[in-house]
Design a protein. Structure first.
Ligand SMILES: [Zn+2]
Length: 64
C-alpha cells in the first residue's frame, strides 16, 4: 500500500527510518540493501522527501 512520508527519525542503530502516514516506519537506507540514498543523510534531503509516497509492506501484510 502506498503511504505518504510525514517525517523521519533515527533508529537505535543510527539508521534513518521514514515515518509513514499509516503510523508505520520504513528504513530508507537498506530497502533494497544495495541502493544507498545519500539524500537521507542531510536535513534538506529529508525535507524534500516529506509528502512522497512509499510502498508500506507492513500495511500489505496486515491487509492479507
Ligand atoms: Zn503501513
Amino acid at each position: 500500500m502506498q503511504q505518504a512520508i510525514i517525517g523521519f527519525h533515527l533508529d537505535k542503530e543510527n539508521d534513518w527510518v521514514a515515518d509513514l502516514a499509516c503510523g508505520h516506519g520504513q528504513h530508507v537506507r537498506h530497502n533494497p540493501p544495495w541502493q544507498n540514498r545519500p539524500w537521507v543523510m542531510t536535513e534538506q534531503g529529508r525535507q524534500e522527501k516529506v509528502g512522497l509516497m512509499l510502498e508500506c509492506k507492513k500495511c500489505d501484510e496486515q491487509s492479507e
